[in-house]
Design a protein around this ligand. Structure first.
Ligand code: UN1
Length: 497
């Protein structure tokens, strides 16, 4: 294997090693013999330098007209198009998901670049008539300062782009801490931003662990906002750390998303959707369809077809274009998957219909591979039907009718995404109204959100914010209401003459 490249932090417009000189390896989860890159194992002093740079740069960046800031974003979108294939190949090597999906991930960053660039000429506020004569009023968005962005490994470029690009177009500066498993994709994105002309200090990247980089970053007094995507457990810690000073937090966390298959569904279509939603990204999407709630009338047909297809999925290194499912991200993640399968069999006593095995032979010997696993006759309260596994495990839960299906669908602590397969428009509308999730699909899987609608969930999936769409602007800016009195005298609102 060729010697791995060393990648530096990006602080104040310079690529610099961390102060302690320590590094960590980024290895390919499909073949751990391959070191994809060597990254900086940073700590609080590196974070402090990055935040100081971002704080200084904010003074000028907030005054750059938004359409000018957006010109950089347009260039970023164009450069990402040119580099899409290389970046996607590198992403598959560091993260494991198949090339088709890493191309989609890079594409999502391209889409977000152009979409947020458009916001350079929008960011609309309101003007409204005043209740007093010779008085004008309006609302405008204002930036907030230094943003701390803590991003996950499952969408290594898309999710960083959901945070970086709206933060920038609104006039903020930022420090990003990429997931330790996937720093290369964030490095690639930051390099593009630099080459497209982002001024020094506006964007900073510090790599390293959650405890050594994430913690001091989110607790830093000069950080105004923490935007985090990851587990509900860590999200809670972020929320608690930020609460005493009312630092803004934008949290995107877990899901236990369900596809509901009704008795009038086109079963083959539902099978396709359940495969894509359940095993795409090896089940490691927050939006993964980890539950299928299936009407008893079509349960046997759906289950037979779904299990047959799950068994036939081609598993392997995502760089092979014929492979349909890659490895889990890490040994830890794989152990979690295996632990839940054991819980499914022993504690829940659910019926294992296929899968349940770690793959270790031949081409699988050096990776974190597991076969596609399906449990049938699952009770909605079983742990495998309630807890987020984040792996290639799907539970099939029988239901009696739509109302029963919706009750099961809503019966978890999460509320990210859900879908219904039905040919009945009335049922579709009832489901659209009554399912309490942030994202809902009709006759499609639980995955596949586009960048110009809000992304996020209810209950313990989030804290009421949404990423993407114009909702992202609400995360990365604050409203200011402005009143201008041109009467030349003191006019008093709400006071009788
Ligand atoms: C995630 O599930 O972690 O909607 C992000 C989708 C993608 C983004 C998913 N566009 O599935």
């Amino acid at each position: 294997m060729p010697e791995a490249k060393v990648y530096n932090n990006f602080i104040n417009g310079e690529w610099v090693p961390c102060k302690s000189g320590r590094t960590f390896e980024n290895r390919n989860p499909a073949d751990t013999r391959e070191v994809v890159g060597i990254f900086q194992k940073s700590a609080a002093d590196d974070v402090n330098a990055a935040v100081a740079a971002a704080k200084e740069a904010y003074k000028k960046w907030r005054l750059v007209p938004a359409p000018r800031r957006a010109e950089i974003l347009f260039r970023v979108g164009k450069m990402l198009i040119d580099k899409k294939e290389d970046f996607s190949q590198e992403m598959t090597r560091e993260m494991g998901k198949i090339l088709k999906e890493t191309r989609g991930d890079t594409q999502e960053a391209i889409d977000m670049s152009f979409y947020m660039a458009g916001e350079g000429r929008r960011q609309f506020g309101q003007t409204t008539p005043a209740e007093l004569p010779n008085k004008f009023m309006m609302s405008v968005r204002m930036p907030m300062g230094v943003c701390a962005l803590i991003t996950p490994w499952n969408f290594p470029m898309a999710i960083p782009s959901w945070k970086i690009l709206p933060a920038l177009v609104c006039g903020n500066t930022l420090v990003i801490k990429p997931a330790t498993y996937t720093p290369l994709s964030v490095y690639n994105l930051i390099k593009v931003l630099d080459e497209c002309g982002v001024p020094k200090g506006v964007v900073n990247m510090v790599t390293g662990s959650g405890s050594e980089v994430g913690e001091p970053l989110m607790r830093h007094d000069d950080v105004s906002l923490v935007s985090f995507t990851g587990s509900t457990e860590v999200g809670k810690a972020v929320s608690e750390a930020c609460a005493p000073t009312f630092k803004h937090t934008n949290l995107e966390m877990g899901g236990k998303n369900a596809i509901m298959v009704m008795d009038d569904a086109i079963v083959d279509l539902a099978v396709e959707g359940a495969l894509w939603g359940g095993f795409g990204t090896t089940g490691q999407r927050c939006t993964a369809a980890s539950r299928v709630i299936c009407h008893k009338a079509v349960l046997k047909e759906f289950t037979d077809k779904f299990v047959e297809r799950a068994k036939a999925l081609k598993i392997g290194n995502g760089l092979d274009e014929t492979v349909e499912m890659g490895p889990s991200i890490s040994e830890d993640q794989l152990q979690t998957v295996m632990r839940y399968i054991e819980i499914g069999i022993k504690e829940d006593k659910a019926k294992l219909l296929c899968g349940g095995n770690r793959l270790t032979k031949g081409e699988y010997a050096h990776g974190y591979f597991h076969d596609a696993t399906v449990f049938g006759e699952v009770d909605p309260n079983m742990r495998i039907a309630q807890e987020e596994i984040f792996g290639p495990v799907v539970t099939i839960i029988p239901c009696d009718n739509l109302e029963h299906g919706i009750e099961i669908c809503n019966g978890t602590q999460y509320g990210l995404s859900a879908s219904v397969y039905t040919q009945d428009v009335n049922k579709a509308f009832v489901a659209m109204r009554d399912v309490y999730t942030g994202i809902f699909y009709v006759n499609s899987s639980t995955i596949g959100a586009e960048v110009h609608l809000p992304f996020g969930g209810t209950k313990q999936t989030g804290n009421g914010h949404r990423e993407a769409g114009t909702a992202a602007l609400d995360v990365f800016s604050e409203w200011k209401a402005i009143y201008i009195d041109f009467s030349g005298k003191l006019q008093k609102a709400q006071i009788d003459d």
